[in-house]
Design a protein around this ligand. Structure first.
Ligand code: ADP
Length: 387
């Protein structure tokens, strides 16, 4: 212990040894070869960590960043051992020299351990070639998906569009039948006409909902959408329905997002109309709509004091045609929340619900502040850093 204490106390004391020039017999050539080589090694060893540090700072998100730092420290210390070796020709600070060597040894061992521990991860890192291959495969998959999605969308659009015309004919003829021959028909026949008319009206709603669903995300025409104005417009359109059930809606300040207006309108409209529709008997619906800043996204919540949803249905309700109630209880097609999910996910967010049956539900979803569809990402994002 005494030796250790003395070592540090006399760290820079050089009185115990002669400068290296006077140890042994050096020729000028031999000595300077030693000194200049050591200085050259030191210079190179200083430069390498500096380049490494710049690399780490410039190339964000570099894997195994800590190993890079450790490696940088290891090379820096190796350089220092050479510098001190050169200096010893005039300044025989053998204690400082030993300390630097000790630190270099410790950091070297730590670097070796870090390399061994991270070896598996390093082997798992993909090379640029592997990345290029993967990117090509992904691009092909995206193209294939986009194509089949467009086909499906086209199919849904054409089918629902073309279904409207025969439906209109059925509706018209039912009306004519009722108007012209209603008096000659008995009650049962008139009831059958009524049931058929109601069914055609349901089918029209279904077709329109399917059309809306198929159109989500199809437009890349983005404009600034002021969500305060959008929500006010939706509430205005639903005024009659709201007044009939004495619904109240509290809206906190909402942001403006660059997106396709119709997509966002569908999203808010479905959540608001559900909040009003799934009310408790004799309890006037109360909704509150909020947005919170979450770094590079906004989190929105639409809460109601309605009938609520059992936890086991939290996922199911976002699937197309999944309804928890019969048509007699609450009208609907089961497409609304699926449309909301499609909008949110196409825009790069996620949607979910929290609810207590008999008390109310809170639907929450996130939307990035800068909304980009997959295609826009493909156009603007490059894998490589450009200086
Ligand atoms: P629809 O309202 O046309 O049935 P949705 O896709 O909008 O279809 O909703 C799916 C199901 O989720 C609904 O049938 C209903 O059971 C449930 N649901 C949706 N919103 C609410 C809500 N705010 N409160 C309670 N249940 C809801």
């Amino acid at each position: 212990m005494q030796q250790v204490y003395e070592f540090f106390q006399r760290l820079t004391d050089t009185s115990d040894w002669p400068p290296r020039w006077f140890c042994g017999r050096w020729t000028d050539f031999h000595g300077w070869l030693y000194i200049l080589s050591d200085l050259a090694i030191w210079f190179a060893y200083m430069a390498i960590p500096l380049v490494l540090i710049r690399f780490i700072l410039v190339k964000e998100g570099i894997p195994l960043g800590r190993v890079f730092w450790l490696f940088g420290a290891f090379i820096l210390l190796c350089g220092l051992t050479h510098l001190i070796d050169a200096m010893m020709f005039w300044w025989p600070a053998y204690r400082v020299n030993a300390l630097i060597r000790f630190l270099t040894g410790a950091v070297s061992i730590a670097t070796v351990l870090a390399l061994i521990m991270n070896f598996k991860e390093a082997v798992g890192l993909r090379t640029s070639n592997e990345y290029e291959q993967e990117l090509t495969l992904r691009k092909q998959a995206v193209q294939e998906l986009t194509r089949s999605n467009e086909e499906l969308q086209q199919f849904a659009y054409v089918a629902s569009h073309d279904l409207q015309s025969p439906l209109k004919t059925i509706e018209n003829y039912l009306e004519v039948l009722q108007r012209r021959h209603g008096d000659q028909l008995d009650d049962d026949a008139r009831r059958l006409i009524g049931v058929s008319t109601a069914a055609t009206s349901r089918m029209r709603t279904l077709i329109n909902d399917l059309l809306d669903f198929s159109k989500v995300g199809s437009s890349t025409e983005f404009t600034d959408v002021n969500l305060n104005e959008l929500v006010a417009e939706i509430l205005d359109e639903q005024q009659n329905e709201m007044q009939a059930v004495e619904a109240t809606v509290e809206v906190e300040p909402l942001p403006t997002l660059k997106a396709h207006r119709t997509d966002l309108k569908q999203l808010f409209q479905n959540l608001i109309s559900n909040g009003i529709k799934y009310r408790r008997p004799d309890v006037p619906p109360h909704l509150s709509i909020r947005a919170e800043n979450r770094g590079d996204a906004f989190e929105f919540t639409v809460s109601d004091n309605g009938i609520g949803i059992e936890r086991q249905y939290f996922d199911r309700i976002f699937q197309v045609f999944q309804r928890l109630h019969g048509r007699g209880e609450y009208p609907g097609t089961g497409i609304g929340l699926a449309t909301c999910k499609k909008v949110v996910e196409i825009y790069g967010g996620h949607i979910g619900v929290e609810s207590t049956p008999g008390q109310g539900s809170t639907f929450f979803f996130t939307l990035p502040k800068v909304i980009k569809t997959v295609n826009q990402y493909a156009q603007t994002n490059s894998l490589h850093f450009a200086d």
